[in-house]
Design a protein. Structure first.
Ligand code: FES
Length: 87
């Protein structure tokens, strides 16, 4: 899984730094080896702060919403892996 946090001028002016800090903390909490890094402006500044999770844009993020989206994605991946084990 790859999470990119927009570090364009508009997004960085809001929650971007806190999103990154929270997601890196969550990565440790869930023991999940996700790549958490930043990206350039996604041309969606009006709806920022934005993050891209495995190619899907999440708009109007705050640390709590970002954490929730991250946890849901991990849950989805783990369920997918578990369902394959039992087939
Ligand atoms: S600065 Fe984040 S979308 Fe433009």
């Amino acid at each position: 899984m790859r999470v990119q946090i927009c570090k364009g001028k508009s997004c960085s002016g809001s929650w971007a730094a806190y999103l990154e800090k929270r997601l890196k903390s969550d990565r440790e909490k869930f023991s999940y080896d996700a790549e958490v890094d930043d990206c350039l402006c996604q041309w969606n500044c009006m709806n920022g702060p934005n993050m891209v999770l495995d190619g899907v844009m999440f708009e109007r993020m705050n640390p709590s919403l970002a954490s929730q989206a991250f946890a849901n994605k991990i849950k989805e991946i783990r369920q997918s892996i578990n369902s394959k084990k039992w087939k």
